[in-house]
Design a protein around this ligand. Structure first.
Ligand SMILES: Nc1ncnc2c1ncn2[C@@H]1O[C@H](COP(=O)(O)OP(=O)(O)OP(=O)(O)O)[C@@H](O)[C@H]1O
Length: 450
């Protein structure tokens, strides 16, 4: 989805100074926009708050444009935040997220050549029969090119934008400043541990050697499972800044919106089974549920198709304590045990003790809603989101009391991010999956963990 201006490619700002310059322009633009908007509204008799002013559609557009131009960590973090908050997200951030997905830009040819010569040596072209100069995809920290080897095999080659790794820490801090200025992150909330973790994760994602190892790991874990396709890893072309793998055909998983119900259900059943396997069997989880990380290969007669899994940069181990916490929550939830579910939620850090003391009735109502949804016999209809609105109301009421705010353990947040992203995709596709049956098939969830 690139227009002509983007197709020609603007160089990705790679020096500290030019990045700070980009943020400076953004802050200046925001301030100017706020003043103009404030003057306009006051002239018409309104008394707008700072938050109202910062979040005009124009300003949201500016934030999105700037993050897309910076790419790298800033853009990735923008995506992460909006994905994590899922249904609880303010509409303005959803808008930023949507713009970011459309706005990815790519490196101009000279910058690409410089990066590849540095990573592969100046005679790199001799190793390919053909290397497509125009990237087939531009993502947040890299762009992907298709290339053909002398033996005819086709590869997908992800090339990292220069300067990404070096700018992660500053980008994360800058994005936080931006969110604070726009009023989206309250000053009282201590987000320091989350930021430290975001930086750590982004550094990991910028290390393509690590991503190559994860690609290989998941390829082995799923090698015999016909429901999934994981691209083969190509170590001889891979470096810290270049990840080479087999090119895999497929179409965007979101395009399945128009597919028959049966196909949408098959795709989501496969994805939910994968999440459960990652959590309970593999002890490793790819924690970035960005929809672009899944593609779909249509099947032949009698076969609905296969899920293509891409992008293992965010794969991380699942701690046994996190696995057990989810097992306890699901076990009590499946059994309709409200008290047990509440206790499991506190024990695992999902809920703070202060929240339970202060908002017991609200919490119990939320647990009852989840238990009722889990308890419904037959396939769960992800397209039917009525209960999400009710849950959101209860959550908002609880969130209004800032004295009981609580950030769950980071480990849990990563798993939760995957689960809520998966549920969002299932909702988008209007899939129907008998999740209860899938959970009950796991002995871990029907018998207490030793
Ligand atoms: N092996 C492959 N075969 C076919 N297409 C691929 C392959 N790898 C990547 N792509 C295409 O490139 C896009 C970006 O790849 P990937 O998600 O790995 O990049 P990324 O930089 O990690 O992106 P982000 O972090 O923003 O998700 C994919 O959505 C897909 O369209």
């Amino acid at each position: 989805m690139t227009d002509d201006r983007e197709r020609s490619g603007r160089a990705v700002p790679s020096t500290r100074l030019s990045r700070i310059g980009a943020f400076g322009r953004l802050a200046g633009g925001l301030a100017g926009g706020m003043m103009a908007e404030g003057a306009r509204r006051m002239a018409s008799g309104e008394r707008p708050s700072m938050r109202d002013l910062a979040l005009t559609p124009r300003n949201v557009g500016r934030v999105a444009d700037q993050l897309a131009h910076l790419r790298g960590a800033a853009m990735k973090l923008g995506q992460m935040i909006s994905m994590d908050a899922g249904d609880m997200l303010p509409a303005e951030l959803s808008a930023i997220m949507a713009r970011l997905r459309e706005r990815a830009q790519h490196m101009p040819p000279a910058q690409l050549q410089a990066v590849l010569a540095r990573e592969w040596g100046s005679d790199w072209r001799r190793r390919f029969r053909h290397f497509e100069a125009h990237p087939m995809a531009a993502a947040s920290i890299g762009q992907v090119h298709r290339a053909t080897l002398p033996d005819g095999r086709v590869l997908a080659i992800k090339v990292q934008y220069p300067g990404v790794a070096a700018s992660i820490d500053a980008d994360v801090d800058n994005v936080l400043t931006l969110l604070r200025v726009s009023g989206l992150v309250p000053r009282e909330l201590d987000v320091a541990p989350l930021l430290a973790e975001a930086k750590r994760q982004l550094h990991e994602e910028a290390d393509y050697v690590r991503e190559g190892e994860q690609l290989r790991r998941f390829g082995q874990l799923l090698a015999d499972d016909r429901r999934y396709v994981v691209p083969g890893f190509e170590p001889e072309f891979s470096t810290r800044g270049v990840l080479a793998m087999e090119y895999v055909e497929g179409r965007p998983v979101e395009a399945l919106v128009d597919a028959p119900q049966e196909v949408r259900d098959t795709a989501m059943r496969a994805l939910i089974a994968l999440v459960l396997a990652e959590l309970f069997d593999f002890g490793w989880m790819q924690t970035d549920p960005n929809f672009a990380n899944y593609r779909w290969q249509d099947g032949a007669a009698g076969d609905n198709g296969r899920l293509v899994l891409l992008d293992f940069g965010a794969a991380r181990p699942v701690e046994p304590s996190t696995r057990d916490a989810y097992a306890a929550l699901l076990r009590t939830g499946l059994a309709g045990d409200r008290d047990g579910a509440r206790e499991a939620a506190v024990a695992s850090g999902f809920l703070g003790a202060a929240a339970v003391a202060g908002h017991r009735a609200l919490i119990d109502r939320m647990i009852d809603i989840v238990i009722a949804e889990l308890g419904r016999p037959g396939a769960f209809d992800f397209g039917d989101r009525a209960f999400v609105g009710v849950l959101r109301e209860q959550a908002m009421e609880m969130a209004a009391d800032r004295s009981t705010w609580h950030i769950p353990p980071i480990e849990t947040l990563f798993v939760q991010r995957k689960i809520s992203g998966t549920a969002m995709l299932a909702a988008r596709l209007g899939a129907r999956v008998d999740v209860r049956a899938m959970l009950e098939a796991r002995s871990l969830l029907t018998a207490p963990v030793a």
